[in-house]
Design a protein around this ligand. Structure first.
Ligand code: NAP
Length: 243
């Protein structure tokens, strides 16, 4: 049977590109969208036309019960989870002193707690199968911190911590856990940046360009196929951050 992958945040941007890449590798993709049904459905139609399989499921991953619904659906229908891509996320640009309790909670629930809920659900199945691949999409801001993006940076640093600790705990069960920490990628998440902002950022990037969703999907494909990388934070960022 083909491998089965769950991709969160699959309706747009990086998650949509990852879903395409995996489906075109004949992996069955359970693609999670929240609000963007039309975009998710367009992606499904595009792939189905090419005879690849993409299964759409609606879920708000900031809620534990909705994450469990996704896990139950996947195991009932396909019997296993081989790959989990925790990609869904939101960002916020705001002075630290202006962040409200509700905004802080929404950020933690959406970007970090979702990774805990989805991963805990999937790992139970992966342990019994004695194999699995988990890829968490974090960010360079989890590594170096971003001014006016404290809440976002906290969630991404938390994801990287989870990646390292879980890799140690799950290695003996043949489950690999890695983070991909992109630099700036051309998606809706950056649509608030002006042309001038982008040009300024490009000046700080040794490869002199903004990343594409394909840059990240290629990295995911490599990590899915690899068999000896775990606990790593891999950062496709054009050299913007070099550790
Ligand atoms: P995007 O274009 O804004 O897409 C965000 C995706 O997350 C959408 O598919 C959205 O689903 C989903 N999502 C948001 N909240 C959700 C929720 N509560 N439940 C389920 N799904 C939810 O963002 P992107 O740029 O592709 O970002 C993808 C990931 O990469 C994020 O984790 C982001 O932090 C990370 N990242 C992005 C960049 C960048 O420069 N773009 C850089 C570093 C890291 P719906 O539209 O269906 O609601």
């Amino acid at each position: 049977m083909s491998k089965v992958a769950i991709v969160t945040g699959a309706s747009r941007g990086i998650g949509a590109e990852i879903s395409k890449m995996l489906a075109r590798d004949n992996i069955i993709v359970v693609a999670i969208y929240n609000k963007s049904f039309d975009k998710a459905n367009k992606l499904k139609e595009e792939l189905n036309k090419e005879s690849y399989k993409l299964d759409l499921v609606q879920a708000d991953v900031s809620k534990k019960e909705e994450c469990q619904k996704v896990i139950d659906y996947t195991i009932d229908k396909y019997g296993k989870i081989d790959i989990l891509i925790n990609n869904a996320g939101i960002d916020q640009c705001k002075l630290f002193t202006d962040i409200t309790d509700e905004e802080w909670k929404e950020m933690i629930d959406t970007n970090l707690n979702s990774v805990f809920y989805m991963t805990q659900g999937a790992v139970k199945n992966m342990i019994s199968n004695k194999k699995g691949c988990i890829i968490n999409i974090s960010s360079i801001w989890g590594m170096v911190g971003a001014s006016c993006e404290v809440a976002y940076s906290v969630t991404k640093a938390g994801i990287d911590g989870m990646t390292k600790a879980l890799a140690k705990e799950l290695g003996p069960s043949n489950i690999r856990v890695n983070s991909i920490a992109p630099g700036i990628i051309d998606t809706d998440m950056n649509k608030n940046l002006s042309k001038e902002d982008i040009e300024e950022i490009k000046k700080q990037i040794p490869l002199e360009r903004v990343g594409t969703t394909l840059d990240i999907a290629k990295c995911v494909k490599w990590l899915v196929e690899d068999e000896y990388t775990t606990g790593q934070i891999i950062s496709p960022n054009g050299g913007w951050v070099i550790n």
